[in-house]
Design a protein around this ligand. Structure first.
Ligand SMILES: Cc1cc2nc3c(=O)[nH]c(=O)nc-3n(C[C@H](O)[C@H](O)[C@H](O)COP(=O)(O)OP(=O)(O)OC[C@H]3O[C@@H](n4cnc5c(N)ncnc54)[C@H](O)[C@@H]3O)c2cc1C
Length: 502
């Protein structure tokens, strides 16, 4: 049997879209486009979500503080997405209560009350609970806070695993026929014969692909891709703002997160993380140079520890920091204000030359709004692809959440494997949802899952990550598709690395 040529290998059979960048925006556009019938190639120079999309605060949120900057459209759209994500990714997205202590001398109570009133009412809220004022002297969170804080508010946003959200969008894009090429860098793309001819550099060397249109979804690298890969005379201008997080052993009992106000008007979140940990972030520092080089600075560490210490009775110290990560926000350059007030909105630049192939460039954005961004990207491309299908992603579950009743599924899943530890089943359920059974198969006891790598990580899980989710290294598996890196010892992590290298 003769093998069919790969998608886009020939100008006679070009792909419809070549998407450069496998972060949340590239993966979201790939899924949406493939589901509408386009033939899509996505290339990611490293691992999926290896850029900004695994470095976020992991909140699907309206962004309460963006109301201060009058960003009503963005906040409304983002708030509405909370409900969508609860619907389509319910196994890994849930409401998180956030306590906002009032700080004397900073935002007055009436202003916060007004902001929360808007927050509760402008975003089609259904499943996310409403906010309320709390007396910190009587509320269960009170004893965790320093004595000076008496009044506060509890409001709700949603939590999600950012890197898994990217991977699941890519998985679903592939289900709809997209060709997802990780560790494949787009090194050049030029117009030829009314198409794009792009050179992709992957493990097997260089190869050319042909596409009717290109999407630059390279996040903080979008400017570099515009300049060096697409050779544009006016590449996108983005301002790059680094944000860092630290992870420490759990500081707060219960489900509450905290939103802490600083005298410089910035805010820091203290979030429950992976059962036994607390995630603290974020900072805002103008970043110069390659986004891949971002790492937490000593000043940022001090800032996060000092902010936490100002509010919390249990003060995290430098020696408590188990992990830190830093990412670079690609923000639309406004020229005015600083990084704190720079818009988190997104925009597009679309070029449809009369005798050439279109280029759509994605600028800015938030994790929260990726799905709407993808829908809008395809609306823009509609004139190029008149037969494009309708918008479909608002109601289509992502892989793992594809069941009518997630609660009933969860209960049945926990009961179906009596010989496996409950902690393992719970972790798998919130990581893989309904796909967990593809890992567990007929297993009855832990020994049925192949070699054990520690803390419940089995060969069966690694095999799934390699075969179904493009994991190729220990970091792909331990820090992006799971957070087992927090739990494994250095020796155990080295065994995982060796397993991938076999
Ligand atoms: C500290 C911090 C906290 C945040 N918190 C939140 C939050 O809580 N909620 C929220 O909604 N948003 C949050 N955000 C924003 C959100 O994370 C980003 O807007 C989003 O992840 C950007 O996704 P992206 O796909 O545009 O970029 P990226 O995720 O960076 O993806 C771009 C990809 O392009 C690839 N690439 C670059 N050049 C090439 C090439 N030549 N060929 C192939 N691939 C290439 C890169 O490797 C990269 O993987 C936060 C951001 C930061 C930095």
């Amino acid at each position: 049997m003769t093998e069919l040529p790969a998608l886009g290998a020939h100008p006679g059979q070009p792909a419809d879209l070549l998407i450069i960048g496998g972060g949340i925006n590239g993966a979201g556009i790939a899924r949406d486009a493939a589901g509408r019938g386009l033939r899509v190639i996505l290339c990611e120079q490293n691992d999926l979500a290896s850029g900004t999309s695994s470095m976020s605060s992991k909140l699907i949120h309206g962004g309460l503080r963006y109301l201060e900057y009058g960003e009503f459209r963005l906040v409304r759209e983002a708030l509405a997405e909370r409900e969508v994500m609860l619907r389509i990714a319910g196994h890994m997205c849930w409401p998180v209560p956030i306590v906002l202590p009032q700080v004397p001398g900073l935002r007055p109570g009436w202003l916060i009350r007004l902001g929360l009133f808007l927050y509760d009412h402008i975003g089609s809220r259904k499943r996310v609970p409403a906010s309320h004022a709390i007396d910190l002297r009587r509320d269960p969170i009170g004893p965790s806070l320093e004595a000076g804080y008496r009044h506060g508010f509890r409001f709700y946003d949603c939590w999600i695993d950012d890197a898994r959200l990217v991977v699941l969008n890519a998985v679903d894009a592939a289900v709809h026929g997209a060709d997802i090429r990780t560790r494949t860098r787009c090194v050049a793309a030029r117009q030829e014969q009314g198409l794009w001819r792009a050179t992709l550099h992957g493990a097997a060397g260089d190869s050319d692909v042909w596409a009717r249109a290109v999407v630059n979804a390279a996040g903080p690298w979008a400017g570099e891709v515009g300049r060096d890969v697409l050779a544009l005379p006016n590449p996108p201008q983005l301002s790059l703002v680094k944000g860092s997080h630290i992870v420490v052993p759990r500081l707060l009992a219960g489900q509450d997160a905290l939103m802490l106000q600083n005298p410089d008007r910035r805010i820091v979140f203290v979030l429950p993380y992976e059962d036994d940990y607390t995630l603290i972030g974020t900072t805002e520092e103008v970043h110069h140079g390659d986004p891949a080089d971002a790492s937490i600075s000593a000043d940022e560490l001090d800032y996060l520890l000092a902010t936490s210490a100002r509010f919390l009775r249990r003060k995290p110290r430098l020696k408590d920091v188990r992990w830190s990560f830093a990412g670079v926000r690609p923000l639309i350059e406004s020229g005015a204000g600083g990084p704190t007030s720079a818009s988190r909105d997104y925009s597009f630049s679309l070029d449809i030359p009369a005798d050439g192939a279109p280029l759509l460039q994605v600028l800015g954005g938030k994790l929260t709004t990726y799905r709407r961004l993808a829908e809008e990207a395809l609306e823009r491309l509609q004139p190029v692809f008149p037969a494009l299908g309708k918008a479909w992603t608002a109601s289509a579950a992502l892989p793992g959440s594809d069941t009518d009743d997630l609660v009933a599924w969860h209960r049945a899943f926990l009961g179906a494997y009596p010989g496996l530890p409950n902690s393992l089943l719970r972790r798998l359920a919130r990581t893989y949802g309904t796909r967990s059974s593809a890992i567990l198969g007929q297993a009855r006891y832990p020994g049925d899952l192949g070699a054990s790598f520690g803390s419940g990580l089995s060969e069966a899980e690694l095999t799934y990550l390699r075969d179904r989710e493009w994991a190729r290294t220990a970091a792909d598996a331990l820090w992006r598709r799971t957070k087992m890196g927090l739990r494994l010892t250095a020796d155990e992590a080295a065994r995982v690395e060796r397993w991938f290298g076999r």
